[in-house]
Design a protein around this ligand. Structure first.
Ligand code: DC
Length: 233
């Protein structure tokens, strides 16, 4: 594989549409770096929550969060096939996945200055290509020239089922209705924000994976990657 050209692979889509699982698997299969851009928005949100700058049902203190951006450092610790998000050096992989953070993240991710700062970091991560990044605006804003773009979708109910199962497996005391409500609210905020809204890039391949297994998604994605690479000669 080493003689193949390195490309940028952008995988966007709705929350819990299974994009992270497929993106991570593809990256490990083809030896690329995987970046979960949602984890970066979650880490900024966690920091703001810990500093009383945002809470569930309370609008974020935009000025305070923007002023604090230079103090927030986000990175990924890679250990074999697993990857942990770090916030100022602390591993926060579990803390950023709670429903509390999910409930606060969309308003924080809608702050233009937060987006600009994270988009710059994400573009720097892709400078050498050989990267799979998933998110909402990767194919439209972060890497508009990405050689391969996928947009994932599935019904809100199907996505909420997946998220609910994950949270229950982690021991979280949540109801299905709470999770479905969170999925729908985040869809709405993500689609309607002024800066980097969630939308399918014109040149992205759409995938509705509502009734696909993880293995089916993975082989679909790998086939698409192979055809892109062969078309690049
Ligand atoms: O993919 P996720 O559910 O972990 O993302 C968390 C939140 O971050 C989501 O509500 C929208 C936001 N996000 C974003 O605005 N832009 C991205 N590139 C990735 C995530």
């Amino acid at each position: 594989m080493s003689s193949e050209p390195k490309i940028i692979i952008a995988i966007d889509g709705y929350s819990s549409s299974g994009k992270s699982t497929m993106a991570r698997r593809l990256a490990s299969e083809i030896g690329y770096r995987y970046i979960d851009s949602g984890a970066m928005y979650r880490a900024v949100t966690l920091w703001a929550m810990r500093h009383g700058m945002v809470a569930q049902g309370v609008d974020p203190d935009v000025d305070a969060i923007v002023a604090a951006l230079p103090d927030i450092s986000i990175d990924f610790l890679v250990d074999g096939n697993s990857q942990s998000t770090t916030l100022n050096g602390e591993i926060v992989e579990t803390d950023i996945r709670t429903l509390e953070v999910s409930n606060c993240v969309s308003p924080v991710a809608a702050i233009p200055q937060v987006r600009h700062a994270l988009v710059r970091m994400q573009q720097a991560m892709g400078e050498k290509k050989g990267i799979v990044m998933d998110g909402r605006d990767i194919g439209t804003v972060v890497f508009p020239d990405a050689e391969m773009k996928v947009f994932c979708d599935a019904s809100a109910e199907r996505r909420a089922e997946r998220r609910y199962k994950e949270l229950v497996e982690k021991g979280a005391g949540v109801t299905f209705e709470e999770v479905l409500d969170n999925v729908r609210t985040r869809d709405h905020i993500d689609e309607t924000r002024a800066e980097g809204p969630l939308r399918c890039a014109d040149d992205a391949v759409r995938l509705d994976n509502s009734s696909m297994t993880i293995d089916e998604q993975n082989s679909w994605l790998l086939d698409l990657y192979r055809s892109r690479i062969s078309s690049l000669g």
